[in-house]
Design a protein around this ligand. Structure first.
Ligand code: AMP
Ligand code: ZN
Ligand code: FE
Ligand code: FE
Length: 278
């Protein structure tokens, strides 16, 4: 069984719609995906609804979509992302977070646009909205980066981040909505399993005990560019704290590698699937 438990769609900053993600995941040979958009489960809902329609029309079960989300939390001014798996997509705690985050992300992007303007880098907020498209639920810096490239202020997305809107750029404004403990709480209150996404090797060991005390249930260990030493170290840490293991591609855009090019199997993430009832 091939799985990818970390995929983005146009509901946040991915470039494919939830339906297109499902189609390409099937074409790429995946059997299970988790759509884990930044601070919104709209992509998860849409993909699961489209699969339901497929089954009612007499189709088989081409792929399973695990309900998921990736929450942006802030700790000491740095971003820390927490994945939620197997959540109840109608949970009031999740809905409340999505609403608050949607509002805050728009407001924060307006602030970044304002700071850029003060530096002579002028893009209209409306242009960012246009670039993000009508399906977006969670506005993010990648949308602004695309607008900056279109306006000629950078030649690539990564140059836009490096020079203008990266975490340490003068125009950067953090989302600053939740601390990690509050993020874990949103997921637990929504019936989900909280997993630390792409934990940085420099801080993982130091921060893990607090997060585990908050209710963290797993670590994202298997990623496209993780080396064997890194994987072994994260597996050991997870074992020490009795945590589940997860993995995924963090797919945003087919230009950066297609769906199915990277996958994990139930040998790596079987315990997480079982904990989620799959
Ligand atoms: P935001 O949630 O609005 O703070 O945007 C963060 C997202 O921007 C990340 O999840 C990545 O998808 C993307 N991102 C962050 N840094 C870079 C970078 N240097 N180059 C390209 N994309 C980036
Ligand atoms: Zn992203
Ligand atoms: Fe992330
Ligand atoms: Fe992600």
């Amino acid at each position: 069984m091939r799985l990818d438990l970390h995929v983005h769609t146009t509901a946040s900053d991915g470039s494919l719609s939830p339906g297109a993600v499902v189609d390409r995941a099937i074409a790429g040979g995946l059997h299970v995906i988790a759509i884990a958009d930044h601070d919104t489960a709209a992509g998860s809902r849409a993909a699961r609804a489209s699969l339901g329609a497929h089954r009612r029309e007499g189709g088989g079960r081409p792929i399973q979509v695990v309900p998921a989300v990736e929450l942006s939390t802030t700790r000491a001014g740095e971003e820390l992302h927490i994945l939620g798996y197997f959540l109840d997509l109608d949970a009031p705690a999740l809905r409340a977070h999505e609403e608050r985050s949607g509002r805050r992300r728009r407001e924060r992007l307006r602030e970044i646009v304002g700071r850029l303007a003060a530096q002579g880098v002028e893009v209209e907020f409306e242009e960012v909205l246009r670039v993000a498209g009508s399906e977006v639920d969670s506005l993010g810096r990648p949308h602004l980066a695309r607008a900056l490239v279109q306006a000629g202020y950078a030649s690539t997305i990564s140059e836009a981040f490096d020079r203008l809107i990266g975490d340490h750029a003068p125009a950067f404004v953090p989302t600053d909505l939740l601390d990690p403990a509050a993020g874990v709480r949103v997921i637990l209150e929504s019936g989900g399993i909280a997993v630390w996404a792409h934990p940085p090797m420099q801080t993982v060991e130091e921060l893990l005990p607090d997060l585990v005390a908050d209710g963290l249930g797993g670590l994202e260990v298997y990623r496209p560019f993780s080396g064997p030493d890194q994987i072994r170290r994260l597996e050991t840490l997870a074992g020490r704290h009795d945590l589940l293991l997860s993995g995924g591609s963090d797919f945003h855009d087919p230009d950066r590698g297609g769906l199915g090019a990277f996958y994990v199997t139930d040998r790596e993430v079987g315990a997480l699937l079982e904990a989620g009832g799959l």
